[in-house]
Design a protein around this ligand. Structure first.
Ligand SMILES: NC(=O)C1=CN([C@@H]2O[C@H](COP(=O)(O)OP(=O)(O)OC[C@H]3O[C@@H](n4cnc5c(N)ncnc54)[C@H](OP(=O)(O)O)[C@@H]3O)[C@@H](O)[C@H]2O)C=CC1
Ligand SMILES: CC(C)(CO)C(=O)C(=O)O
Length: 307
């Protein structure tokens, strides 16, 4: 199976690198600066699950993309979604599967509209990785899971092929019965993590030390209410997983969005928090909820830094 990975950043570089190392036919569709770095330095991963150095990963620039691929893994940030769809469009043939790994949900609608919903699988990943300034990828825990699944019965064969392509490649690849629920569960966890750590400007451990674990739980509960009203109530174990991670004393974890915010660059605030807020039915008036404040905090920061 020919696999195209859009972006060789923190997650695209990680999963694409593992697939390449496992002998899969992987090409990275990248922008010129990343292409130069990859050809000069190769692709390096530092990970407790095994370091990796791949000397010359295959790369393509969008102007040179003329063939169709069997699987396109989409690993851009949400604010680059439009340009990324423009870039991958020529790779989509009648049987191509597109597996997006972004956090949130809204990208599914955009992908459906631009590429056709028959191509777009559901997907999400559980991992914590960071693209270092020198271009290498740092894997910050021993968790590396891709979950994927069909959004309609017509995609069954496609998902079987994707499962074969992703399995046995040095990370967990799980085909899920109800991938939209998995995506919602990941979304409300990440939205709570990002909302909390950006609003309070610290790690989960800092928030706990400041006596703020009740705020973490309250934000998660607000997000759970929205998911439930949308028809995706999180399973008790997913809620418990999120609650434990959001309230763990001493935890060094903060959402990567906090780093983006502190650098003054773009964030996924609208995609992760704003979109969840927009889906809330019957907000109070005035709406002083934690989710609204967290969204406004990010939005205001973006407005200020764009001046
Ligand atoms: N990092 C993590 O631990 C996790 C991230 N996620 C989610 O995964 C998604 C990706 O995040 P992450 O990997 O951290 O982000 P990164 O910023 O590290 O990587 C994104 C990559 O996409 C590339 N890109 C963007 N637009 C284009 C384009 N038009 N053509 C080619 N390449 C493009 C960027 O290229 P360039 O190098 O040129 O800038 C960059 O390398 C986000 O939605 C995030 O929320 C989910 C779980 C965990
Ligand atoms: C919190 C984390 C690492 C969980 O996977 C994440 O997805 C992110 O910060 O983007």
């Amino acid at each position: 199976m020919r696999i195209l990975v859009l972006g060789a950043g923190a997650i695209g570089g990680y999963f694409g690198g593992r697939l390449l190392d496992a002998g899969r036919d992987v090409t990275f569709l990248v922008r010129p600066e990343r292409a130069k770095k990859l050809s000069k330095q190769g692709l390096s991963i530092q990970s407790a699950s095994g370091d990796l150095h791949l000397t010359a990963p295959k790369t393509l620039l969008k102007e040179n993309l003329r063939e169709q691929f069997d699987l396109v893994i989409l690993s851009c940030k949400a604010y680059d979604l439009d340009s990324s769809i423009d870039a991958i469009a020529p790779a989509i043939g009648p049987q191509t599967a597109v597996l997006p790994l972004l956090n949130g949900m809204r990208h599914l609608e955009v992908l459906d509209e631009r590429l056709g919903s028959q191509h777009v699988l559901g997907g999400t990943c559980f991992i914590s990785t960071r693209l270092e300034p020198n271009g290498s990828i740092l894997h910050l825990s021993d968790v590396h899971i891709v979950r994927f699944g069909t959004r309609s019965p017509e995609q069954n064969d496609m998902a079987t092929n994707v499962s074969a392509a992703l399995s046995g490649a040095g990370f967990e690849a799980l085909q899920c019965e109800n991938i939209l629920l998995d995506m919602w569960e990941k979304w409300i966890f990440l939205a709570s993590m990002a909302g909390l750590t950006c609003l309070l400007r610290g790690t989960i451990g800092d928030v706990a030390a400041a006596d703020g674990t009740d705020v973490a739980k309250a934000l998660l509960d607000e997000c759970r209410e929205i998911a439930t009203a949308a028809g995706y109530p999180p399973r008790p174990e997913a809620y418990q997983f999120a609650l434990e991670r959001l309230t763990a004393p001493g935890s060094p974890i903060a959402a990567s969005m906090l780093g983006d915010l502190e650098r003054g660059g773009p964030t996924e605030g609208e995609h992760v928090l704003g979109d969840l807020l927009r889906r809330r039915k019957n907000p109070a008036s005035p709406d002083l909820s934690l989710l609204r404040l967290a969204t406004l905090h990010l939005r205001t920061g973006q407005i200020r830094s764009s001046k």
